[in-house]
Design a protein around this ligand. Structure first.
Ligand code: ADP
Ligand code: MG
Length: 190
């Protein structure tokens, strides 16, 4: 690959971002033939960084979520990863950051619902996230931020299969959107 890039892996909570991001980083680093550390991809968990470094304006108690302080988060990332040009940013707000490529993961909202119930999220938070998936929120925000957007439906696919598609997209500079239409089939979930 050779070139330096920052890749955002975004999507509704429960869609599979963290699973996919970690495998993606391993696979990208396997492909790094010259094996120079500085060229290795680094995995960054945005949600964790925001919490650990107090990069939020407030905690929204009703939603059990954080209102991110974007200027501070950008400053932190710039400083902390100045020597690490190749990064994979895992997080449902990663598409709002300064990145070269945005991968938007999608998943059937019924599966998202099951996964978030399993996480013991509040009913409010589950509803908000299922609706966001149905309404393409991450995709629309991504397209607002960058033309380099590639959307993937992960439903019923293995993580390795999904990662292969992501690597092919990156290597060939591909873009893709409009791969799912949940509203037609899952309108009752709103
Ligand atoms: P996110 O980081 O987007 O919130 P996770 O990576 O934590 O999502 O995945 C949520 C759950 O779904 C986990 O239990 C994970 O094992 C499972 N999962 C993720 N991707 C897949 C997949 N492609 N097939 C089956 N299960 C998956
Ligand atoms: Mg995650």
């Amino acid at each position: 690959m050779g070139e330096i890039i920052k890749i955002a892996i975004t999507g509704t909570p429960g869609v599979g971002k963290s699973t996919i991001s970690k495998i993606l980083v391993d696979e990208l680093n396997k492909n790094n033939k010259d094996n120079e550390d500085k060229n290795n991809y680094k995995y960054i968990d945005i949600t964790q960084i925001v919490k650990d470094n107090n990069l939020y304006i407030e905690k929204d108690m009703s939603m059990d979520s954080y209102v991110v302080d974007f200027p501070e988060l950008r400053k932190y990332l710039k400083k902390e990863y100045a020597d690490n040009p190749n990064i994979v940013l895992d997080g449902h707000i990663s598409h709002l950051l300064d990145v070269d490529y945005i991968m938007v993961l999608r998943c059937n909202p019924e599966i998202i619902l099951d996964r978030l119930k399993g996480r013991k999220y509040s009913d409010n938070k589950i509803k908000e996230n299922v609706e966001a998936e149905c309404l393409d929120v991450c995709l629309i925000e991504s397209l607002d931020n960058s033309p380099n957007v590639y959307e993937i439906d992960t439903t019923n696919r293995t993580p390795h299969n999904i990662v292969s598609e992501i690597i092919e997209a990156i290597e060939n500079n591909l873009t893709k959107k409009g791969v799912v239409d949940w509203l037609n089939n899952y309108f009752y979930m709103l």
